[in-house]
Write a protein that binds this ligand. Structure first.
Ligand code: ATP
Ligand SMILES: Cc1cn([C@H]2C[C@H](O)[C@@H](COP(=O)(O)O)O2)c(=O)[nH]c1=O
Length: 215
């Protein structure tokens, strides 16, 4: 008898720059590894050699909004093909520091780019070969929600700002609204994490979310 396909799990981590999401990914990876799961930690834009090259351009080269949107989706396509889909097919847990919600929040909300066009690109790039008509979306998205002023305080002086980090608080207010709109549209996929809390309290919130979903 043939074995059933292994069940992978796809988690994404979202929020404005400086919200604190990256600080928690290693701990979550350890939780799944301790449960015997293979874990793949990755990020967007990035996660493959090609997508990391595109990341350098997106974060550091001036470009118009359509070019930016096309590059983040090109990076995502390669990331999906080379990294995410094979890992999920093996039954791994994929933890991605950002995914498509970032495009709707940053390019859509922050830059004001046409959401209908972003949805078209999403449909092309994330179409699943194993499930015709369905898109590859995370099973769970942890949205680290923090006021832009607090995020800016956390990042101040930490490192040289990239093209996004150099933008003003009005931009990040729109990005935050973009995330809020995505969360409202898909409340079962999103878990909002109150990121304005000490690190241990944020970790406890994450643990409660994962426990509640049996993960
Ligand atoms: N709960 C917290 N309270 C105070 N500072 C924090 C907290 N969590 C993280 N930080 C600090 O805030 C800064 C940003 O954290 P982190 O890199 O995890 O955020 P991020 O959301 O991944 O940001 P980016 O997307 O810009 O990389 C770091 O200096 C980190 O040490
Ligand atoms: C996936 C994705 C990312 N961005 C932006 C968001 C951040 O400012 C950078 C990524 O760097 P970080 O280390 O994760 O903070 O890129 C974007 O504008 N659109 C996207 O789709």
């Amino acid at each position: 008898m043939s074995q059933p396909a292994p069940t992978g799990l796809f988690l994404s981590f979202e929020g404005i720059d400086g919200a604190g999401k990256s600080s928690h990914i290693a701990g979550i990876a350890e939780r799944f590894r301790a449960a015997g799961r293979e874990v793949v930690t990755t990020r967007e834009p990035g996660g493959t050699p090609l997508a990391e090259s595109l990341r350098e351009l997106v974060l550091h080269q001036a470009m118009d909004p359509l070019t930016e949107a096309l590059l983040v989706f090109a990076a995502r396509r390669d990331h999906l093909q080379q990294c995410i889909e094979p890992a999920l097919a093996r039954g791994a847990v994929v933890l991605s520091d950002r995914y498509t919600d970032a495009t709707f929040a940053y390019q859509g909300g922050g830059r004001g780019f046409d959401l209908a066009l972003l949805r078209t690109l999403e449909g092309w790039v994330q179409a699943r070969a194993d499930a015709p008509g369905r898109l590859r979306q995370p099973d769970l998205t942890l949205w680290f929600d923090l006021a832009p002023a607090l995020a800016a305080e956390r990042l101040a002086g930490a490192r040289a700002p990239d093209r996004f980090e150099a933008l003003d608080q009005a931009f990040f207010t729109r990005v935050r609204e973009g995330y809020a709109a995505r969360a409202a549209a898909e409340p079962q996929r999103f878990a909002r994490i109150e990121a304005n809390a000490p690190r241990e309290a944020v970790a406890a919130q994450i643990a409660r979310v994962l426990d509640a979903r049996g993960l």
